[in-house]
Design a protein around this ligand. Structure first.
Ligand code: COA
Ligand code: AMP
Length: 634
């Protein structure tokens, strides 16, 4: 039976109290809320004030109490270590309760921060859920970030404890994590009291006596900890994301709204029921991993797959189909780049035929716009609905999607379909006036944001207002530009800031520019996201050197590439830079990034009227041709 999308959407906007209050009834509360939507301190809206609830209880214990204790809660599938391990709800709860006891024995309690820097292993989910069990605020940092980035997050979150592992595995390479962690703690002003290290068999980390403890040893004597009831409005976690500078923003998620919204999304957006197997092929270090590897599938009583590997090369482009077939996955969620990687290795989709995909019902893609080629290929080869859906770290769940649990709408290529219930999406101009249908403007969300989205930034209410609320009064700025067509379909076209998406990973070109500018021989630098057929976008750096520098340009380029890798991390995928005489600028000194990007992407461009010196564009084109970009179309 389908549910009419328009009716559900309209109700969610016109009667948020009724809509979300009803969803909240299906969750476990220690104390019922006083108010569903609390708008007493605008623009800081809160959800379920007065209510007391536990994230961990709703994710684990509730299902055991309801008879699902023996059902698989989590399947760890790691082709890079040749391991498949299943945890029932009871087993996972016991591990989580044990580790919660370890944290508590180290003095961690309600409101304390715990930073988690881990690879994709089951212990990462266990650590996250253990924090939720005792009301500690976790902050997971993606393993591909370098020590400096980790240090910035340690200083902002000021964790009492850091949880890490001896190493991660990138296809066949073992990446020791402990030296990175030690270096980060050397850099940081805040020093965590305790580091708990999970030793993996392929690498043994050296422990620092008095500070570091071994996960396995600590678990032997752990006393299981019960769930601690928390205020619905308390923070569940902090997740740092790229902002417009090198300083990341600490996105906060609150507890009650998070549980309610994610639970609704499992049925409403993904059409997934208790007992179904759900797989988000992402990383717990990203928001997709928080919401859809750990939390939402467990809130819904599903089995979640935690995958340590890549879409190709571990061992081949058939591995996604192998996982789907082995575990009976109903819904897969990943980034389009993963599908481009698979399509490149196995264009005819031959490997799909080797596996039984009969239980597979839908593919969801996010992180970047799904390009029509990838959409058509996936639809044709898999024969299931392929759903592009749009969201952000800040929103925590989808803003626009084809809601499979409501009514399945027609797919329009290049569109993530329509706003999801709860999201009052509008398109406005710079004066916050609605733009005509079909015209591009700023994509903004009328306040209040629905539950599960960010209530603020960590210890930075002012930054929250400045970054998201000030530019369009009464609205949240997504920093995406786009339009809504006559049928109400949303089209997300581009970011309005310097954020780029590389392999579905969000990065700030401003942050990379700050690193380049630190090179002693670089006078000025620009970094732009240029189109890439595999990664969506890749960063390309332009360097203007100080007068009188005679050193080999190739050496300087190598040095800046190394600097970005060491300061931001390999995940930045910063591999291309070029020395230029000068950068194209407006007469007021603004770098013409849009024009350079168009040249690099072989798009037609007009010489901007405000340009300081038009001849520079020819120089730019020549430089880009030298590094394999641009054809000089004008
Ligand atoms: N720890 C340490 N290093 C890491 C890392 C981690 N957790 N994750 C990535 N890296 C490294 C990679 O090894 C690579 O290093 P290299 O420059 O030495 O080769 C670099 O960071 C860039 O990684 P990535 O962008 O992932 O490129 P890739 O070539 O290894 O793989 C894809 C390309 C498309 C296969 C891969 O990015 C992918 O599977 N993407 C899926 C998208 C995804 O999960 N998005 C999250 C949001 S849904
Ligand atoms: P992140 O915070 O890493 O999830 O990145 C969020 C940004 O990724 C958004 O603001 C968009 O620019 C982009 N994005 C994510 N999903 C989509 C999508 N389905 N279509 C277009 N852009 C997307």
């Amino acid at each position: 039976m389908t549910v009419d999308y328009n009716t559900v959407f309209k109700r969610s906007i016109e009667d948020p109290n009724g809509f979300w209050g009803e969803v909240a009834e299906s969750c476990h509360w220690y104390k019922r809320w006083d108010k569903v939507l609390d708008d007493s301190n605008k623009p800081f809206y809160r959800w379920f004030t007065g209510g007391e609830i536990s994230t961990c209880y709703n994710a684990l214990d509730l299902h055991i109490d309801n008879g699902r204790g023996d059902q698989a809660a989590l399947i760890y599938d790691s082709p890079v270590t040749d391991t498949i391990k299943e945890y029932s709800y009871r087993e996972l709860r016991d591990q989580v309760a044990g580790f919660a006891g370890v944290l508590a024995s180290k003095g961690v309690s309600k409101g304390d921060r715990v930073l988690i820097y881990m690879p994709m292993i089951a212990e990462t989910a266990i650590a996250v859920l253990a924090c939720a069990r005792i009301g500690a605020i976790h902050s997971v940092v993606f393993g591909g970030f370098a020590a400096k980035e980790l240090a910035v997050r340690i200083d902002d979150a000021t964790p009492k404890v850091v949880v890490s592992a001896s190493c991660g595995i990138e296809v066949e390479r073992v990446i020791p994590y402990k030296p990175l962690l030690d270096e980060a703690i050397r850099f940081s002003s805040h020093k965590p009291e305790v580091c708990i290290i999970f030793q993996r068999t392929m690498e043994t980390a050296e422990l620092i006596p008095g500070r570091d403890i071994d996960w396995a040893e600590a678990m032997v004597s752990a006393r299981p900890h019960e769930c601690v009831p928390m205020a619905a409005t308390d923070p569940a976690y902090i997740l740092y994301t790229s902002g417009t500078t090198g300083v990341p923003k600490g996105v906060v998620r609150d507890i009650g709204g998070h549980i309610v919204a994610l639970k609704w999304s499992m049925k409403g957006v993904y059409d997934v029921n208790p007992g179904d197997v759900y797989w988000a092929a992402s990383d717990i270090g990203w928001v997709v991993g928080h919401s859809y590897i750990v939390y939402a599938p467990l809130f819904q009583g599903c089995t979640t797959v935690l995958y340590e590997g890549k879409p190709v090369g571990t061992p081949d482009a058939g591995v996604f189909w192998r996982v789907i077939s082995d575990h009976g996955v109903k819904t897969l969620f990943t980034a389009p780049t993963a599908f481009r990687a698979i399509k490149r290795e196995d264009p005819s989709g031959e490997l799909i035929g080797n596996y039984d995909l009969s239980r597979f019902k839908s593919l969801f893609l996010a992180g970047e716009r799904t390009d029509p080629d990838t959409l058509k290929w996936a639809e044709a080869k898999l024969g299931v609905p392929v759903i592009d859906h749009w969201w952000q770290t800040e929103t925590g769940w989808a803003i626009a999607s084809n809601c499979m649990g409501l009514e399945r709408l027609k797919v329009k290529e290049g569109s993530p379909t329509k706003p999801v219930p709860g999201w009052n999406l509008q398109v406005v101009d710079t004066d916050t006036k609605p733009v005509p249908v079909g015209e591009i403007g700023a994509l903004v969300i009328q306040l209040p944001l629905p539950p599960g989205s960010l209530p603020t930034l960590w210890k930075n209410d002012e930054g929250y207002q400045k970054t998201y609320l000030d530019e369009f009064p009464g609205y949240y700025k997504t920093a995406d530009a786009g339009y809504i067509d006559a049928d109400g379909y949303v089209f997300v076209m581009s970011r309005t800031d310097d954020i780029i998406n590389v392999s579905g990973h969000r990065l700030s070109t401003g942050g990379m520019e700050e690193v380049l500018a630190d090179h002693p021989e670089v006078a000025e630098a620009a970094v732009l996201g240029v189109d890439d057929s595999l990664k969506g976008q890749v960063p390309v750096g332009f360097l203007v050197l100080n007068a009188g520098v005679t050193r080999d340009h190739g050496d300087i380029v190598k040095e800046v590439i190394k600097m970005v890798r060491e300061r931001i991390g390999p995940v930045a995928a910063f591999k291309t830079a070029i020395v230029v005489q000068r950068l194209p600028k407006t007469r007021s000194g603004k770098i013409l990034r849009g024009t350079i990007r168009k040249i690099a992407n072989n798009q037609e461009y007009k010489t901007p009227a405000t340009i300081d010196d038009p001849t520079i564009l020819e120089e730019m084109t020549d430089a880009l041709i030298k590094i394999g970009y641009a054809s000089g179309k004008k």
